[in-house]
Design a protein around this ligand. Structure first.
Ligand SMILES: Nc1ncnc2c1ncn2[C@@H]1O[C@H](COP(=O)(O)OP(=O)(O)OP(=O)(O)O)[C@@H](O)[C@H]1O
Length: 276
């Protein structure tokens, strides 16, 4: 019997030696990261550290300068346009603004991705959409318009839409922003339940450690172009490095300086002659 490597099958996304420069700025300088299948993995980090850029790499929208990005066993650099299109079709997204179509009912918003790609019989669309609405607790709201929904309900409709085509990977970009505690609890519960019951793999980009700790199996903290820390929420929030202490302790100063780089203060105030 041939030995089978488990590395590629355990990780849905595997990133090695990722290097990316945007303009003059080095965003990634050797990032190594694995998103295990079936897990909820959170990506955190100071603003501007490259979380959105990382998502753009994983979805094949941005090619790195160096390094390897393997998604579901395929090296993205080897995929042509059709291959990348197929990959994106298997990824669901949930954005913080929910981005519902205001002139469509809840049902039609969730059905939208199905109608975009094929002419399916109405009965089939109903049989796909209603269970998704049921899963997020909003089957009874199918005929409401987005303007009639609370922020939390809108987020749940967006979630039903994100899973309507049974994605292999679900990406949540800032899913907790602007939710009241009840809606937040509902969304947190849903992320975990859906991940488990639908056999999904989820990536959550968020800043709220308390919320993230309740849904994530693992956290990656990105900082200064690298993975500054990685581990289970309780492990990482103990803050054993300078980065984790500043980020999770909410300290104003640390590796991320409070002051944006500036010229000499006294010179700026006109007290001294600035040296060339
Ligand atoms: N096309 C581009 N050209 C040059 N710099 C860019 C470009 N796109 C993004 N950047 C820079 O790359 C850095 C990373 O941006 P990114 O949006 O990935 O950060 P982020 O961690 O998602 O930030 P936030 O938490 O604020 O959303 C930022 O400093 C941004 O200004």
């Amino acid at each position: 019997m041939t030995a089978v490597s488990t590395t590629s099958t355990d990780a849905l996304v595997s990133i090695r030696g990722l290097r990316t420069k945007l303009g003059d700025k080095v965003i990634f300088d050797g990032v190594e990261l694995d998103i295990p299948r079936g897990s909820v993995t959170a990506v955190m980090g100071p603003s501007g550290t490259g979380k959105t850029t990382l998502l753009r790499h994983i979805t094949g929208q941005l090619r790195p300068d160096a390094g390897s990005i393997v998604v579901d066993g395929r090296e993205l650099a080897t995929l042509d346009r059709d291959g990348l299109f197929d990959l994106r079709e298997r990824i669901g997204y949930l954005f913080q603004n929910s981005a519902l179509l205001t002139d469509f009912t809840v049902f039609e918003n969730v059905a939208f991705p199905l109608r975009q790609h094929a002419r399916l019989p109405e009965e089939l669309i109903r049989n796909i959409v209603l269970p998704k609405l049921q899963a997020v607790g909003l089957r009874g709201a199918a005929e409401l318009m987005p303007a009639e929904l609370s922020g939390g309900m809108a987020r749940r409709v967006a979630l039903a839409r994100a899973i309507v085509r049974d994605p292999m990977l679900l990406i949540y970009d800032e899913p907790f922003v602007g939710l009241d505690p009840i809606a937040l609890n509902q969304v947190l519960k849903l992320i975990r339940t859906l991940n488990h019951t639908l056999g999904l793999t989820s990536i959550v980009v968020a800043h709220e450690l308390a919320a993230v700790s309740r849904v994530a199996d693992h956290i990656y903290l990105l900082a200064a172009g690298k993975v500054a820390a990685h581990g289970a929420p309780d492990q990482i929030s103990r803050g054993e490095t300078e980065w984790t202490r500043q980020f999770f302790g909410g300290e104003a100063d640390g590796p991320v300086p409070f002051h944006y780089p500036a010229r000499d203060y006294a010179a700026d105030l006109g007290f001294t002659q600035e040296r060339a």
